[in-house]
Design a protein around this ligand. Structure first.
Ligand code: AMP
Ligand code: GLY
Length: 422
């Protein structure tokens, strides 16, 4: 039986918490820091996640058998390495393996070395402003400019006009995000989808493919956000495409990372561009997606605690998966008006119980805070309203019906989640 510490506080971690406590192999679940929704599933504890010794001490004091790390920041800071050094099992990659997400340049060079299909690119380091600028002046349009380090989702500019490309390079070399240089790459056309693979360093299993909605407004207008809604399985990722991704992307990454001495353990998030039968990697993330996880976990029928524990111990056990495609799930993010720019916080939320009156609906907490039993908004993405259905249309209809039952003053959501697939 597993005694699990889950790190994180978003909708993704709420979905992971729900799946973990529902697992036959889960004896006890803690979450640090968690949120009011996660508190329904787990014991939330206050821990400074950046203080690795404090996390280690907590694990030892409570006989924690498995740590599951949700967000990228603690992975980038090497939390998994610190815990493994103390013989604590971790579902999440080492700092070295996390470079697949934390450095676009590392990720692109790795893909080139291991023949993973991706857009052609050039990499420029911190001292190569002049060269980077010259490159965008000559590049075919559209051209994509990416900051080489973590940039909270703001480090990518898809430029359709020359002046935008030049401005993007100027902005990135001004140190807005840091001084990590840039990657300049060719534009890929098609439709985006994400495939998550649970990896043990040598082996992997793929979960239901998902599609996120990154822009803030209907019809994919407005600014890029962390994600405004998702659904799974995404029909655009056909069986053939899943096979291609398994063979030409995930297998090559797992083997390549192992061969280079940084075996990948955790969730490999493959951000893909699909154009007919053609698949290219847009990006890797080294953790579950948010909000995709709310949808992907909803259609997964498995002992998730046993699955993650087996991956963490290097002996992936797929026999604990009963189904990865248990119907369809749709997640609609209820955000705060203004997100991803400035928005108001601290507004009282009502109607969650009514929304969850439908047994097919779960309301995941992303940015909420409880003060004296009153639930308040505390983030740009507030809740993730997720519904299951036998068909995608049914899941979408249930999800939107549940959204209508929830109120708070700055409530905002997209009205077209999964519309293109329907
Ligand atoms: P990334 O952080 O690398 O996923 O980039 C953020 C978003 O920019 C992606 O989700 C795509 O919508 C877009 N994007 C990134 N790279 C490309 C590319 N080579 N071609 C077209 N769009 C891209
Ligand atoms: N929803 C995209 C991400 O988690 O990065």
């Amino acid at each position: 039986m597993e005694r699990i510490l889950l790190i994180g506080s978003g909708g993704r971690e709420h979905a992971l918490a729900k799946a973990l406590v529902a697992s036959e192999s889960c004896e006890k679940l803690w979450a640090a820091p968690g949120n009011p929704g996660i508190a329904r599933e787990a014991e939330c504890v206050t821990l400074n996640i950046s203080d690795h010794v404090a996390v280690e001490k907590f694990c030892m004091r409570h006989d924690v058998t498995l740590v599951v790390i949700g967000p990228e920041q603690p992975l980038a800071e090497g939390l998994a390495d610190a815990l493994r050094a103390e013989n604590i099992d971790v579902f999440g990659p080492s700092k070295a393996a996390a470079q697949l997400e934390t450095s676009k340049g590392f990720s692109k060079d790795f893909m080139r070395r291991h023949h993973v299909p991706t857009a052609p690119y050039q990499r420029f380091d911190a001292g190569q402003y002049v060269e980077a600028r010259a490159a965008v002046e000559m590049h075919d349009l559209p051209v994509v400019i990416k900051y080489d380090g973590l940039a909270a989702g703001k480090g990518v500019v898809v430029a359709t006009e020359r002046h935008q490309a030049i401005e993007a390079v100027e902005m990135m070399y001004k140190g807005v995000f840091g001084d990590d240089g840039v990657v300049i790459e060719g534009f890929l056309k098609g439709e985006e989808a994400s495939v998550f693979a649970i990896c043990d360093g040598r082996d992997f299993v793929v979960l239901a493919p998902a599609q996120d909605h990154k822009r803030s407004g209907d019809g994919d207008t407005g600014k890029n956000t962390g994600g405004m809604g998702a659904y799974a399985p995404a029909p655009i990722v056909t069986h053939t495409i899943t096979e291609t991704v398994s063979e030409k992307v995930i297998r090559r990454v797992i083997d390549g990372m192992a061969a280079e001495g940084m075996p990948f353990v955790g969730c490999l998030f493959c951000g893909l561009m699909i154009d007919g039968e053609d698949v290219n990697v847009v990006e890797f993330n080294v953790r579950f997606g948010d909000p995709e996880t709310q949808a992907v976990m909803s259609v997964l029928d498995a002992d998730v605690a046993a699955l993650f524990a087996s991956a963490a111990r290097g002996s992936l056990d797929v026999s604990v998966i009963r189904s990865t495609h248990m119907g369809f799930a749709c997640n609609v993010v209820l955000a705060s008006k203004g997100y991803p720019d400035a928005f108001e916080k601290g507004l009282p939320i009502s109607g969650i119980e009514a929304a969850e009156g439908d047994p097919y609906v779960t309301v995941y907490h992303a940015g909420t805070r409880a003060v004296d039993d009153v639930l308040l908004t505390s983030g740009g993405r507030v809740l993730g309203v997720t519904a299951l259905g036998d068909t995608l249309a049914q899941a979408v209809a249930r999800s939107y019906a549940a959204c209508d039952k929830i109120s708070y003053d700055s409530k905002y959501h997209r009205t077209d989640i999964a519309k293109r697939a329907l």
